[in-house]
Design a protein around this ligand. Sequence first.
Ligand code: UDP
Ligand code: MG
Length: 330
Amino acid sequence: MQTPEILYMVIPCYNEQEVLRETAKQLKAKYESLIGSSMISPLSRIVFVNDGSKDNTWNIIQELHTENPEFFSGINLAHNCGHQNAVLAGLMTVKDICDISITMDADLQDDINAVDEMVEKYYEGNHVVYGVRSERKTDTFFKKFTAETFYKFMKLMGADVVYNHADFRLMSKRVLQELSGFKEVNLFLRGMVPLIGFRSCSVYYERRERFAGESKYPLRKMLAFAVNGITSFSTKPLKFITALGFMTSVLSIGAFIWAFIAKFAGFAELGWSSTICSIWLIGGLQLFCLGIIGEYVGKIYAEVKQRPRFIVEDFLNELDAEFINNKDIN
Ligand code: UDP
Ligand code: MG
Protein backbone atom coordinates (compact mmCIF):
# COMPACT_ATOMS: atom_id res chain seq x y z
CA MET A 1 0.00 0.00 0.00
CA GLN A 2 1.10 3.61 -0.58
CA THR A 3 2.15 5.88 2.31
CA PRO A 4 -0.76 6.26 4.71
CA GLU A 5 -2.81 9.41 4.24
CA ILE A 6 -4.11 11.91 6.77
CA LEU A 7 -7.69 11.25 7.91
CA TYR A 8 -9.67 13.99 9.63
CA MET A 9 -13.01 13.02 11.11
CA VAL A 10 -15.52 15.82 11.62
CA ILE A 11 -18.08 15.30 14.39
CA PRO A 12 -20.84 17.92 14.85
CA CYS A 13 -21.93 18.20 18.49
CA TYR A 14 -24.97 19.96 19.88
CA ASN A 15 -25.66 19.33 23.57
CA GLU A 16 -23.88 16.00 23.51
CA GLN A 17 -22.33 15.98 27.00
CA GLU A 18 -23.81 12.57 27.86
CA VAL A 19 -22.26 10.78 24.94
CA LEU A 20 -19.12 12.69 23.97
CA ARG A 21 -16.60 10.95 26.21
CA GLU A 22 -17.76 7.53 25.07
CA THR A 23 -17.63 8.61 21.42
CA ALA A 24 -14.12 9.98 21.94
CA LYS A 25 -13.01 6.76 23.61
CA GLN A 26 -14.27 4.60 20.75
CA LEU A 27 -12.85 6.91 18.08
CA LYS A 28 -9.46 6.96 19.78
CA ALA A 29 -9.37 3.17 19.85
CA LYS A 30 -10.31 3.11 16.16
CA TYR A 31 -7.56 5.62 15.30
CA GLU A 32 -4.98 3.66 17.26
CA SER A 33 -5.80 0.53 15.32
CA LEU A 34 -5.87 2.33 11.94
CA ILE A 35 -2.56 4.05 12.64
CA GLY A 36 -1.11 0.79 13.99
CA SER A 37 -1.96 -1.03 10.78
CA SER A 38 -0.60 1.88 8.69
CA MET A 39 -3.99 2.56 7.12
CA ILE A 40 -3.83 6.22 8.09
CA SER A 41 -1.06 8.65 9.00
CA PRO A 42 -0.24 9.46 12.65
CA LEU A 43 -1.03 13.08 11.73
CA SER A 44 -4.72 12.16 11.49
CA ARG A 45 -7.11 13.88 13.88
CA ILE A 46 -10.68 13.86 15.18
CA VAL A 47 -12.31 17.30 15.05
CA PHE A 48 -15.32 18.00 17.25
CA VAL A 49 -17.42 20.95 16.12
CA ASN A 50 -19.34 22.47 18.99
CA ASP A 51 -22.52 23.89 17.45
CA GLY A 52 -23.42 26.44 20.12
CA SER A 53 -24.25 23.84 22.78
CA LYS A 54 -25.86 25.07 25.96
CA ASP A 55 -24.42 22.30 28.11
CA ASN A 56 -20.90 21.20 28.93
CA THR A 57 -20.01 19.98 25.44
CA TRP A 58 -17.32 22.57 24.69
CA ASN A 59 -15.62 22.04 28.06
CA ILE A 60 -15.45 18.32 27.38
CA ILE A 61 -13.97 18.95 23.92
CA GLN A 62 -11.32 21.19 25.46
CA GLU A 63 -10.50 18.56 28.06
CA LEU A 64 -10.23 15.86 25.42
CA HIS A 65 -7.84 18.06 23.45
CA THR A 66 -5.68 18.74 26.51
CA GLU A 67 -5.56 15.05 27.42
CA ASN A 68 -4.81 13.78 23.88
CA PRO A 69 -3.82 16.61 21.54
CA GLU A 70 -2.42 14.00 19.12
CA PHE A 71 -5.97 12.73 18.54
CA PHE A 72 -8.49 15.46 19.31
CA SER A 73 -9.02 18.96 17.97
CA GLY A 74 -12.02 21.23 18.27
CA ILE A 75 -13.88 24.11 16.70
CA ASN A 76 -16.27 26.25 18.71
CA LEU A 77 -18.98 27.98 16.69
CA ALA A 78 -20.23 31.33 17.94
CA HIS A 79 -23.87 30.19 17.99
CA ASN A 80 -26.06 27.26 17.00
CA CYS A 81 -25.93 27.11 13.18
CA GLY A 82 -27.60 23.73 12.68
CA HIS A 83 -26.21 20.30 11.87
CA GLN A 84 -25.45 20.93 8.17
CA ASN A 85 -23.61 24.18 8.81
CA ALA A 86 -21.64 22.65 11.67
CA VAL A 87 -20.50 19.83 9.40
CA LEU A 88 -19.54 22.33 6.72
CA ALA A 89 -17.62 24.48 9.23
CA GLY A 90 -15.56 21.42 10.16
CA LEU A 91 -14.98 20.30 6.59
CA MET A 92 -13.97 23.72 5.33
CA THR A 93 -11.54 24.11 8.21
CA VAL A 94 -9.77 20.83 7.53
CA LYS A 95 -9.93 20.79 3.74
CA ASP A 96 -6.31 21.82 3.28
CA ILE A 97 -4.76 19.78 6.07
CA CYS A 98 -6.29 16.38 5.39
CA ASP A 99 -6.18 13.91 2.52
CA ILE A 100 -9.38 12.16 3.58
CA SER A 101 -12.35 13.43 5.60
CA ILE A 102 -15.14 11.47 7.25
CA THR A 103 -18.20 13.10 8.80
CA MET A 104 -20.11 11.27 11.50
CA ASP A 105 -22.73 12.10 14.15
CA ALA A 106 -21.63 12.35 17.77
CA ASP A 107 -24.24 9.97 19.16
CA LEU A 108 -22.66 6.66 18.03
CA GLN A 109 -25.64 5.79 15.83
CA ASP A 110 -23.25 5.39 12.92
CA ASP A 111 -21.03 2.33 13.10
CA ILE A 112 -17.42 3.33 13.80
CA ASN A 113 -16.28 -0.03 12.46
CA ALA A 114 -17.49 0.97 8.99
CA VAL A 115 -14.62 3.47 8.91
CA ASP A 116 -12.07 0.75 8.02
CA GLU A 117 -14.03 -0.28 4.95
CA MET A 118 -14.58 3.35 3.96
CA VAL A 119 -10.84 4.02 4.06
CA GLU A 120 -10.17 0.84 2.07
CA LYS A 121 -12.63 1.96 -0.59
CA TYR A 122 -10.84 5.30 -0.71
CA TYR A 123 -7.52 3.58 -1.40
CA GLU A 124 -9.28 1.61 -4.14
CA GLY A 125 -9.85 4.90 -5.91
CA ASN A 126 -13.19 6.22 -4.66
CA HIS A 127 -13.44 9.90 -3.87
CA VAL A 128 -16.77 9.66 -2.05
CA VAL A 129 -17.86 6.73 0.12
CA TYR A 130 -21.45 6.88 1.37
CA GLY A 131 -22.30 5.19 4.65
CA VAL A 132 -25.66 3.54 3.98
CA ARG A 133 -27.67 1.93 6.74
CA SER A 134 -28.66 -1.58 5.85
CA GLU A 135 -31.35 -2.05 8.47
CA ARG A 136 -33.57 0.06 10.61
CA LYS A 137 -34.28 -2.50 13.31
CA THR A 138 -33.77 -0.14 16.21
CA ASP A 139 -35.99 2.68 14.95
CA THR A 140 -39.59 2.98 16.02
CA PHE A 141 -42.17 2.20 13.35
CA PHE A 142 -43.00 5.90 13.11
CA LYS A 143 -39.38 7.00 12.59
CA LYS A 144 -38.81 4.25 10.04
CA PHE A 145 -41.95 5.07 8.12
CA THR A 146 -41.32 8.83 8.05
CA ALA A 147 -37.68 8.34 7.06
CA GLU A 148 -38.52 5.98 4.21
CA THR A 149 -41.31 8.22 2.97
CA PHE A 150 -38.82 11.09 3.09
CA TYR A 151 -36.39 9.41 0.67
CA LYS A 152 -39.13 8.28 -1.70
CA PHE A 153 -40.72 11.71 -1.76
CA MET A 154 -37.37 13.42 -2.27
CA LYS A 155 -36.66 11.26 -5.30
CA LEU A 156 -40.12 11.88 -6.72
CA MET A 157 -39.57 15.60 -6.29
CA GLY A 158 -36.30 15.53 -8.18
CA ALA A 159 -33.70 15.79 -5.40
CA ASP A 160 -31.33 12.92 -6.09
CA VAL A 161 -30.19 11.58 -2.73
CA VAL A 162 -28.61 8.23 -1.90
CA TYR A 163 -31.28 6.00 -0.33
CA ASN A 164 -30.83 5.49 3.43
CA HIS A 165 -27.68 7.58 3.56
CA ALA A 166 -27.51 10.40 6.09
CA ASP A 167 -24.31 12.33 6.70
CA PHE A 168 -21.91 9.49 7.52
CA ARG A 169 -19.61 9.89 4.55
CA LEU A 170 -16.02 9.86 3.41
CA MET A 171 -14.84 12.58 1.06
CA SER A 172 -11.40 13.02 -0.46
CA LYS A 173 -9.48 16.28 -0.33
CA ARG A 174 -10.34 16.80 -4.00
CA VAL A 175 -14.07 16.61 -3.27
CA LEU A 176 -13.71 19.04 -0.36
CA GLN A 177 -11.98 21.53 -2.65
CA GLU A 178 -14.88 21.30 -5.08
CA LEU A 179 -17.42 21.51 -2.25
CA SER A 180 -15.89 24.80 -1.17
CA GLY A 181 -17.05 26.22 -4.51
CA PHE A 182 -20.70 25.65 -3.58
CA LYS A 183 -21.65 28.93 -1.99
CA GLU A 184 -25.30 28.25 -1.21
CA VAL A 185 -26.67 29.26 2.16
CA ASN A 186 -29.47 26.67 2.07
CA LEU A 187 -27.28 23.69 2.78
CA PHE A 188 -28.32 20.15 2.02
CA LEU A 189 -25.10 18.19 1.87
CA ARG A 190 -26.77 14.91 0.93
CA GLY A 191 -28.00 16.50 -2.27
CA MET A 192 -24.84 18.49 -2.97
CA VAL A 193 -22.24 15.73 -2.74
CA PRO A 194 -23.78 13.56 -5.50
CA LEU A 195 -23.82 16.70 -7.67
CA ILE A 196 -20.05 17.04 -7.33
CA GLY A 197 -19.52 13.68 -8.98
CA PHE A 198 -16.22 11.69 -9.00
CA ARG A 199 -16.01 7.97 -8.42
CA SER A 200 -18.13 6.93 -5.46
CA CYS A 201 -19.45 3.84 -3.74
CA SER A 202 -21.39 2.81 -0.64
CA VAL A 203 -20.53 0.96 2.53
CA TYR A 204 -23.36 -0.71 4.44
CA TYR A 205 -23.77 -0.65 8.20
CA GLU A 206 -26.43 -1.20 10.79
CA ARG A 207 -27.62 2.00 12.41
CA ARG A 208 -27.88 1.76 16.17
CA GLU A 209 -29.88 3.55 18.76
CA ARG A 210 -28.53 6.80 20.13
CA PHE A 211 -25.95 5.94 22.82
CA ALA A 212 -27.23 8.63 25.21
CA GLY A 213 -29.11 11.92 25.17
CA GLU A 214 -32.04 12.88 22.96
CA SER A 215 -32.51 13.29 19.24
CA LYS A 216 -32.10 16.85 18.06
CA TYR A 217 -34.30 16.08 15.07
CA PRO A 218 -37.92 16.02 16.16
CA LEU A 219 -40.63 15.61 13.51
CA ARG A 220 -40.95 19.38 13.05
CA LYS A 221 -37.26 19.71 12.16
CA MET A 222 -37.42 16.61 9.92
CA LEU A 223 -40.25 18.12 7.91
CA ALA A 224 -38.42 21.45 7.63
CA PHE A 225 -35.34 19.52 6.48
CA ALA A 226 -37.36 17.69 3.81
CA VAL A 227 -38.91 20.91 2.48
CA ASN A 228 -35.45 22.49 2.44
CA GLY A 229 -33.98 19.50 0.61
CA ILE A 230 -36.64 19.60 -2.09
CA THR A 231 -36.77 23.34 -2.64
CA SER A 232 -32.97 23.64 -2.65
CA PHE A 233 -32.54 21.09 -5.39
CA SER A 234 -35.55 20.98 -7.57
CA THR A 235 -38.07 23.21 -9.26
CA LYS A 236 -40.41 20.26 -9.85
CA PRO A 237 -42.96 21.57 -7.32
CA LEU A 238 -43.23 24.75 -9.38
CA LYS A 239 -43.84 22.67 -12.51
CA PHE A 240 -46.58 20.79 -10.67
CA ILE A 241 -48.23 24.10 -9.92
CA THR A 242 -48.18 25.08 -13.57
CA ALA A 243 -49.67 21.72 -14.53
CA LEU A 244 -52.31 22.00 -11.81
CA GLY A 245 -53.24 25.52 -12.91
CA PHE A 246 -53.56 24.35 -16.51
CA MET A 247 -55.75 21.41 -15.57
CA THR A 248 -57.99 23.56 -13.41
CA SER A 249 -58.42 26.02 -16.27
CA VAL A 250 -59.41 23.26 -18.68
CA LEU A 251 -61.86 21.88 -16.14
CA SER A 252 -63.36 25.30 -15.57
CA ILE A 253 -64.07 25.67 -19.30
CA GLY A 254 -66.01 22.41 -19.05
CA ALA A 255 -67.88 23.72 -16.03
CA PHE A 256 -68.65 26.95 -17.84
CA ILE A 257 -70.16 25.08 -20.80
CA TRP A 258 -72.16 22.92 -18.41
CA ALA A 259 -73.49 26.01 -16.61
CA PHE A 260 -74.63 27.45 -19.95
CA ILE A 261 -76.40 24.26 -20.97
CA ALA A 262 -78.04 24.07 -17.56
CA LYS A 263 -79.24 27.65 -17.83
CA PHE A 264 -80.83 27.18 -21.26
CA ALA A 265 -82.23 23.79 -20.44
CA GLY A 266 -84.02 25.37 -17.50
CA PHE A 267 -82.53 23.51 -14.53
CA ALA A 268 -80.16 26.27 -13.40
CA GLU A 269 -81.03 26.48 -9.72
CA LEU A 270 -78.12 24.22 -8.91
CA GLY A 271 -76.98 23.64 -5.38
CA TRP A 272 -75.42 26.26 -3.23
CA SER A 273 -73.16 23.66 -1.61
CA SER A 274 -71.34 22.80 -4.83
CA THR A 275 -70.54 26.50 -5.35
CA ILE A 276 -69.19 26.85 -1.84
CA CYS A 277 -67.16 23.65 -2.19
CA SER A 278 -65.48 24.82 -5.36
CA ILE A 279 -64.68 28.22 -3.84
CA TRP A 280 -62.97 26.52 -0.91
CA LEU A 281 -61.16 24.10 -3.16
CA ILE A 282 -59.82 26.75 -5.51
CA GLY A 283 -58.96 29.03 -2.57
CA GLY A 284 -57.05 26.23 -0.86
CA LEU A 285 -55.18 25.30 -4.02
CA GLN A 286 -54.21 28.89 -4.61
CA LEU A 287 -52.91 29.34 -1.07
CA PHE A 288 -50.96 26.09 -1.30
CA CYS A 289 -49.37 27.11 -4.57
CA LEU A 290 -48.54 30.56 -3.25
CA GLY A 291 -46.96 28.89 -0.25
CA ILE A 292 -44.70 26.79 -2.46
CA ILE A 293 -43.69 29.81 -4.49
CA GLY A 294 -43.10 31.64 -1.20
CA GLU A 295 -40.68 28.89 -0.15
CA TYR A 296 -38.59 29.57 -3.22
CA VAL A 297 -38.76 33.34 -2.78
CA GLY A 298 -37.61 32.87 0.82
CA LYS A 299 -34.72 30.77 -0.42
CA ILE A 300 -33.68 33.43 -2.90
CA TYR A 301 -33.86 36.02 -0.13
CA ALA A 302 -31.53 33.98 2.07
CA GLU A 303 -29.10 33.38 -0.81
CA VAL A 304 -29.03 37.01 -1.91
CA LYS A 305 -28.05 38.22 1.55
CA GLN A 306 -25.00 35.95 1.45
CA ARG A 307 -24.61 35.87 5.19
CA PRO A 308 -21.82 33.67 6.52
CA ARG A 309 -23.00 30.12 7.02
CA PHE A 310 -21.13 29.73 10.28
CA ILE A 311 -19.04 31.88 12.56
CA VAL A 312 -16.12 30.37 14.43
CA GLU A 313 -15.33 31.59 17.92
CA ASP A 314 -12.36 29.39 18.88
CA PHE A 315 -10.11 26.76 17.39
CA LEU A 316 -8.04 24.23 19.25
CA ASN A 317 -4.68 23.26 17.90
CA GLU A 318 -3.09 23.77 14.51
CA LEU A 319 -6.47 24.23 12.86
CA ASP A 320 -6.12 27.83 13.89
CA ALA A 321 -3.40 28.89 11.49
CA GLU A 322 -4.94 26.96 8.61
CA PHE A 323 -8.29 28.59 8.99
CA ILE A 324 -6.91 32.09 9.22
CA ASN A 325 -5.21 31.48 5.87
CA ASN A 326 -8.55 30.43 4.46
CA LYS A 327 -10.85 33.15 5.66
CA ASP A 328 -12.69 33.26 2.35
CA ILE A 329 -13.97 29.69 2.63
CA ASN A 330 -17.13 30.60 4.46
N1 UDP B 1 -26.45 18.56 15.67
C1 UDP B 1 -25.79 19.78 15.51
N2 UDP B 1 -26.53 20.94 15.52
C2 UDP B 1 -27.89 20.95 15.67
C3 UDP B 1 -28.55 19.70 15.80
C4 UDP B 1 -27.80 18.52 15.79
O1 UDP B 1 -24.57 19.83 15.37
O2 UDP B 1 -28.48 22.03 15.66
C5 UDP B 1 -25.65 17.31 15.66
C6 UDP B 1 -25.89 16.37 16.83
O3 UDP B 1 -25.06 16.69 17.92
C7 UDP B 1 -25.55 15.01 16.23
C8 UDP B 1 -25.97 15.17 14.77
O4 UDP B 1 -26.03 16.58 14.53
O5 UDP B 1 -24.17 14.74 16.27
C9 UDP B 1 -27.29 14.51 14.44
O6 UDP B 1 -28.30 14.92 15.35
P1 UDP B 1 -29.28 13.88 16.06
O7 UDP B 1 -28.53 12.64 16.43
O8 UDP B 1 -29.95 14.58 17.17
O9 UDP B 1 -30.32 13.57 14.90
P2 UDP B 1 -31.03 12.14 14.56
O10 UDP B 1 -29.94 11.12 14.51
O11 UDP B 1 -31.98 11.90 15.67
O12 UDP B 1 -31.69 12.37 13.24
MG1 MG C 1 -28.66 10.72 15.95
